[in-house]
Ligand binder design. Structure first.
Ligand code: PNS
Length: 158
């Protein structure tokens, strides 16, 4: 069985993330969306909120699970007995950071492969960071995030 781990901050989950979940769930037998517990910077949404939004958004997918991790990603991947890390690449600007992480993870655990997938074009410029900023400034977010996430964002900034 091919199990892949899709790690990230998901603060909050966007339609770009969900596009990748959709693609990953088709490619692998099982996909675990792994939410990083401790972010370097203070997240807008708590861990529980980030997990809840992801669970709501992926509830229709039987081979997708949402979990939490802390510490080194490769250790979590090993613990879950997976051997694939799934990451999304939007533009060339993502590449350098993603390459660095993938190579470092390979150095830490050579048996784990990182697989990159591109989201659908409308999400190629979408990021959780921009979503937070637009929400803070009261701008429209149509088509970029699930409506339940938008409601929570609007509540945060109301
Ligand atoms: O959504 P993000 O913020 O781009 O996700 C980054 C994430 C969570 C994948 C990365 O920060 C990570 O793997 N953190 C766990 C700690 C770790 O293993 N660091 C070494 C990576 S080479």
């Amino acid at each position: 069985m091919k199990l892949a781990i899709y790690p990230g901050s998901f603060d909050p989950v966007t339609n770009g993330h969900l596009d990748l979940v959709e693609r990953g769930a088709k490619l692998f037998d099982r996909l675990v969306v792994a939410v990083l517990r401790n972010l370097d910077k203070e997240p807008l949404f708590s861990l529980d909120e980030r997990v809840e939004m992801l669970r709501e958004a992926t509830s229709g997918k039987t081979n997708v699970e949402v979990d939490v991790f802390d510490g080194l990603l490769v250790e979590y991947v090993r613990r879950r007995k997976a051997n694939v890390i799934l990451r999304g690449i939007r533009a060339i600007s993502d590449y350098e950071y993603e390459l660095q992480m993938a190579m470092m993870n390979r150095k830490l655990e050579p048996t784990i492969e990182t697989v990159f997938m591109m989201p659908a074009e409308p999400y190629s410029y979408l990021s959780a960071h921009l979503v937070r900023e637009i929400a803070r400034l009261g701008g429209p977010l149509d088509g970029l995030i699930p409506s339940a996430v938008e409601q929570r964002l609007r509540a945060k900034f109301s």
